[in-house]
Design a protein around this ligand. Structure first.
Ligand code: ZN
Length: 412
């Protein structure tokens, strides 16, 4: 019987080419954010496979799970991480500079979450509108005084919003474009809303870094497209949008912030450098992704060898992120190795990891298990986690699984 909860694409999500090349198969996986209360509860699983498009160079997920199922239990909130909060300030400062924003200007942010980023613009007297589809999170932003419209972003939303508010001088989309199944509607909406002299800003996990540093853990059902500056530029061009500058971002373990406009501007060295790096790395060719597939399998074996080498030491994970779900399920890591997973997000505590068998606990509960080793699953917050553990007296070892190689680190 066909499963109506997901579809498998036959053509490229961006350019509609039918010549997709199959790459990595991560097996049958539960949804990365579907935490369960009871380890015996049935967990729905879906295939998790990837493909590369030789026409527009987009590396992408083949399965599209219905968004009603994906976003049913959305528990990630931007302000959970100290690093994310600090970066919000840097990000806003750069956008204000590049777009030459002034007091009377308006900024739209697509998938504005709890308003962490928009607050930075409000602090400079710039008017803002957040667009956030998750009701509970939009309400949280509004309680904090951030004007937020609870909606999915598309052409119709864009048209309604420019009538209701103003034509924005800046439209921001941070780490959301790679997650939308209606890719074309979202980009078309940006092209429609942006004022003629405006600046679009898209932040995304860099495909080149994913390939080079083996971030296969960033592949999960919500993350449909793995863009490079080249492949995203291809899509923007289709809607009359032209990239001209790039900033480097630490988010997700290596992201790019791409700036674009409705008219062609002089290409800045930052943008030309990134295109050059991508060209040299070969990330816009299928060969690199085929190598990524082989190396990801080898990485899994290295992870398991490292864990087996620890014998009967007590291991506690740290960070029950969406990414860690793919990683531990792909490697077959559950209660066979982990006593518990610490997560500072209280909304996740009391649940089990998405494979359903490791309890998610608070820092205190995790430490009460007297771990010899902390397995840093949310490794892109690695330093922050090690600092916190050290400050609170942990003296054991850490496993840092990425980038590139899993390794053991001693406490300092
Ligand atoms: Zn394509």
């Amino acid at each position: 019987m066909p499963d109506h909860d997901f579809e498998t694409i036959q053509e490229c999500r961006s350019c509609s080419s039918r010549g997709l090349v199959d790459i990595l198969d991560l097996g049958i996986q539960p949804l990365a954010n579907a935490l369960v209360k009871d380890s015996h509860a049935p967990v729905k699983k879906f295939p998790l496979t990837t493909a590369f498009c030789p026409t527009c160079s987009l590396f992408q997920l083949k399965e599209t799970v219905k968004k009603e199922i994906l976003f049913d239990h959305y528990v990630w909130v931007t302000k959970t991480s100290k690093g994310a909060r600090e970066y919000a300030q840097t990000f806003a400062h750069r956008v204000i500079q590049r777009a030459g924003l002034k007091g009377e200007d308006c900024v739209f942010e697509i998938a504005s979450n709890d308003g962490t980023i928009l607050k930075q613009f409000m602090a400079k007297g710039i008017s803002v509108v957040g667009i956030e589809p998750a009701k509970n999170i939009a309400a949280m932003a509004m309680r904090d005084g951030v004007r937020t419209d609870c909606a999915y972003w598309n052409l119709a939303t864009a048209e309604r919003m420019i009538k209701q508010y103003a034509s924005p001088k800046v439209v921001i989309a941070r780490n959301v474009i790679p997650h939308v199944s209606q890719l074309h509607g979202v980009i078309e909406g940006i092209a429609r809303a942006l004022s003629d002299d405006g600046t679009g800003v898209i932040e995304f996990h860099s495909g080149r870094i994913i390939a080079e540093e083996l971030h296969y853990d960033s592949i999960y059902h919500e993350h449909l497209c793995y863009f490079t500056a080249h492949s995203l530029g291809w899509l923007l061009n289709k809607y009359g949008l032209y990239p001209y500058a790039v900033d480097i971002s630490p988010i997700s373990g290596g992201s790019l912030v791409l700036y674009f406009s409705k008219t062609k501007r002089i290409l800045e060295p930052s943008y030309l450098d990134i295109l050059d790096q991508e060209k040299k790395s070969g990330v816009n060719e299928a060969l690199v992704w085929q190598k990524f597939f082989k190396e990801s399998n080898a990485h899994r074996e290295k992870t398991l060898d490292l864990l087996k080498g620890l014998g009967d030491k007590v291991i506690v994970g740290f960070g029950s992120s969406a990414r860690s779900a793919t990683y531990i399920n792909f490697c077959g890591i559950g209660k066979n190795y982990l006593e518990a997973v610490i997560d500072n997000n209280s909304l996740k505590q009391g649940f089990m990891t998405p494979a359903g068998d490791v309890p998610i606990v608070s820092f205190e509960q995790g430490m009460a298990l007297k771990p010899d080793v902390i397995f840093i699953l949310a490794w892109n917050f690695g330093q922050e986690i090690m600092d916190e553990c050290a400050k609170r007296g942990f003296k054991g070892q850490y496993i840092m699984p990425f980038p590139k190689e899993p390794r053991l680190i001693k406490s300092v």
